[in-house]
Each structure stands twice: as C-alpha cells, then as structure tokens.
Design a protein around this ligand. Structure first.
Ligand code: CTP
Ligand code: CA
Length: 225
C-alpha cells in the first residue's frame, strides 16, 4: 500500500467523506455560512474512487460537479449533514469529516423574510450550538473498527491546537492546516500535518489537494489492515 495510482489498493473498503460548508438559514433568503470551498473533500472522494473504494460523498453547498463513481448526498445544514453522515457511517470502514460544520445556527428561523423597520436598530441574532458530528462519530463508531478522521483549520499555534483538538474529539487522525486570508480556502493547493492518535505526525508539503488526499488514504489504509 501507500503508492497512489498504481492500482485499486482501496478496493473492498467503504469510505465516507463530508465536504463543503454548512449553511444555517436565518430566513428564506439568508444564511450563516463559511468560506470552505469543498475542494479538499472532493479531492478525497476522487482519489478514493480512483483507488477502488466504494465512496459516499456528502456535500454541503460546494457548488462543484458531482464526483463520478461516488454516491452523492447533498445537504445544506449541520443537522442535515449529521443525519446523512450517521446513515452512511453505519457500514463504513472510515469516515473523513472534511466539511466545515457551522458551530452555531440561528436559534429561530423566520419563515418570512426579515424586514427593516424605519428608525429601529436590528434585533440581535440569537445562536444555538450545532451537534458535533466528529465527536459523536468518534465516541459511537457506528461500525466496529471504524476509523474516524477530522480536519482542523487553525490560524495560531497550529500544532498545539491540533493536538488538543485530536484528543478532545477522540478521532484517529486529524489533518491540521494553517489558514489565513490567502491560505487554503478556495485554493487548489494545501499544506498540512496529519496528527495521529498514536502520537505520530505526518507532514504533507505544499502541493495539490489530491496529494494530501492520497496521504490521508495511505494512513487510513495502514490503520485498517
Ligand atoms: N466538526 C463536526 N461538527 C461540528 C464542528 C466540527 O463534525 N459541529 C468537525 C469538522 O468537520 C472537522 C473537525 O470537527 O473535521 C474540526 O472542526 P473545527 O471547527 O476545527 O473544530 P471545533 O471543535 O468546532 O473547534 P473550534 O472551536 O476551533 O471551531
Ligand atoms: Ca468549529
């Protein structure tokens, strides 16, 4: 294993990937969203299909073409993403949460468009917590022996925050990358360190998102056999 593109080395595996960013509606025309492009998650799905796996790609608002050969599920919100991920995870050997899940959603959904009122300040928007899908999966492991992989985009103390997050989430691998105004979001390339619950660290040099995806699948495959 470990050499991408030489054959169907992931054949027989069922893999689930979430990608994109959730949108949390405020009213019929507005939502809280984030800057995730979905490209890294789609690259994970494409490379897994190319390596022979059976892949379910759960896509949140990525606006990218469906991945040929993957089972596609499209969702909008964190609550919908949780339902879709848990359903697909029931018989998955590994689940990779590349999606940017909104931590909060508006407490109230206004069924009609929110309008301005002359001379009045706007009402503050109350938020409530969304479910933590990665932590839930890590704690419950819908299929025995299932591997769970998270992603973390950090702006400061990237490795230290990544280590803490890996422990807090309880996942097996955490792909950590540094983000800023120009880094990672929307770009075709990425640079990351994959942290493992066994204490090892795997740096992935700046390069195409496919290369990072292949490294993630190498590490997953190693841990499943
Ligand atoms: N994640 C999730 N459900 C959430 C939030 C995050 O499954 N409600 C997953 C993401 O898909 C990602 C990982 O958790 O794989 C880390 O996301 P991140 O936002 O970095 O972690 P948080 O615990 O939300 O921490 P922070 O307060 O730094 O945002
Ligand atoms: Ca978060």
């Amino acid at each position: 294993r470990g050499v991408a593109g030489v054959g169907p080395d992931l054949a027989g595996l069922r893999l689930v990937v979430s990608a994109g960013g959730t949108r949390e509606p405020l009213d019929p025309v507005r939502y809280l969203g984030n800057r995730s492009s979905g490209k890294q998650g789609y690259a994970l799905a494409r490379t897994a299909v190319a390596r022979g796996a059976r892949v379910t790609l759960i896509a949140a608002n990525a606006g990218l073409p469906d991945v040929a050969g993957a089972d596609m599920v499209h969702v909008q919100t964190a609550v919908q993403l949780r339902e879709a991920v848990l359903a697909a995870a029931a018989d998955a050997d590994a689940v990779v949460m590349a999606a940017a899940v909104a931590d909060f959603r508006p407490a109230v959904y206004a069924s009609g468009k929110i309008k301005k009122v002359d001379g009045r300040d706007p009402e503050p928007v109350a938020l409530v917590r969304n479910p933590d899908i990665l932590a839930e999966l890590s704690a419950t492991r819908p299929k025995a022996g299932q591997l769970v992989v998270g992603f973390a985009a950090e702006t400061d103390d990237v490795l230290a925050n990544g280590r803490k997050k890996l422990a807090r989430k309880g996942c097996d691998l955490l792909v950590v990358n540094e983000v800023g105004d120009t880094k990672a979001f929307g770009s075709e390339e990425n640079e990351a360190v994959v942290l493992s619950a066994d204490g090892s660290e795997h740096p992935v040099p700046y390069g195409p998102k496919e290369a990072l995806a292949d490294t993630v699948w190498d590490l997953v495959a190693e841990r499943l056999t």
